[in-house]
Design a protein around this ligand. Structure first.
Ligand code: ADP
Ligand code: 2JD
Length: 288
């Protein structure tokens, strides 16, 4: 019995530092860098339909659901490339364009749900390849699709979904974040000057543990030219309070980890609680 709808969850990814790597085509273009795959992400529900439609919604902290948009160019493009017509509804709790990797999570969850509902037999690689290429073409991301194939704290040393990824499951205290607003990822990724400064700021050593990870992220954001005054103010307070923290890439915000992190961040704005994700994109409902 074919399910009437399929629901898939994909975790988000907070990138701490990155460097663009240009390949000969979108599938070999991406980034190297490091980040944390997070327990918050995007849930996509896909149903068959005569015409494709997209409904993007936010679940607020008080549980109410707010409609954000009835369009998503990357999703529409990816579905058109598949040659299918489906009704897609996505829900997320984190703010979009704030550096939580939600564009990648939306693509992966939607394509995985469509693949299962319509029995397209794309397989995990086929889904990830399409999501990654869409991210690169729309400049909404470079390394998040690769990261969200699994959970953990990730260090990516090659670009693309088949590149080398070291996953460590050593972030065993709560993670949280504050966001002061979006940074338009395409504006940054599309700027050669910005990309040159980002490349020059890329850390030489690879982090071996959580403390080294946050140290690498801090040195990167300070040298990248991407830090805002608001971000710097939060990072300085976290330093005073001994809380591990760094700038969310690419978003005007800060992520931090540890039992006291949310107390310190709360004085700067709404705190988004989360944990390190233990797994990547997966079906939630409708698996036949
Ligand atoms: N939950 C979502 N549902 C549908 N599309 C989304 C969602 N989140 C992001 N997107 C798409 O990705 C674009 C934002 O990309 P980007 O700035 O990279 O966001 P992020 O930093 O959250 O990954 C949005 O304009 C939208 O087209
Ligand atoms: C940092 C970024 C280039 C964009 O991340 P986001 O704004 O969350 O889509 C990411 O894709 C990466 O390669 O590390």
């Amino acid at each position: 019995m074919t399910a009437a709808s399929v629901t898939v969850f994909c975790p988000g990814h907070i990138s701490g530092y990155f460097k663009r790597v240009d390949g000969s085509n979108p599938s070999t273009t991406g980034s190297i860098g490091a980040g944390i795959v997070i327990s918050e992400g995007v849930t996509a529900t896909v149903k068959s339909a005569a015409r494709s439609s997209v409904l993007v919604r936010n679940r607020c902290a008080d549980g109410t659901i707010r409609e954000i948009s009835r369009e998503s160019s990357p999703l529409t493009y990816a579905l058109d490339q598949l040659g299918v017509t489906v009704a897609v509804e996505t829900i997320c709790r984190l703010p979009i364009s704030a550096g939580f990797g939600l564009s990648a999570a939306a693509l992966l969850s939607t394509l995985a749900a469509a693949d299962h509902l319509l029995d397209l037999r794309l397989g995990a690689d086929g889904i990830a390849e399409r999501a990654h290429e869409t991210e690169v073409l729309f400049r909404t991301g470079l390394g998040d699709v690769a990261a969200c194939q699994g959970g953990g704290r990730v260090v990516r040393t090659d670009p693309g979904i088949h590149g080398t990824i070291l996953r460590s499951f050593d972030v065993d205290t709560p993670v949280c974040a504050v966001s002061f607003g979006p940074i338009r990822t395409p504006d940054v990724l599309g700027s050669p000057a910005r990309m040159a400064q980002v490349a020059a700021a890329f850390p030489e050593k690879q982090p071996e543990n959580v403390v080294e990870f946050f140290t690498c992220c801090r040195e990167f954001s300070a040298a990248s030219g991407l830090e805002t005054v608001a971000v710097r103010r939060v990072l300085e307070e976290c330093d005073r309070q001994g809380v591990l923290a760094a700038m969310t890439m690419l978003g005007d915000g800060v992520f931090a980890c540890g039992k006291r992190a949310s107390t310190v961040l709360r004085s700067f704005g709404e705190v988004y609680p989360m944990d390190m994700a233990k797994a990547g994109v997966h079906i939630v409902e409708g698996a036949a």
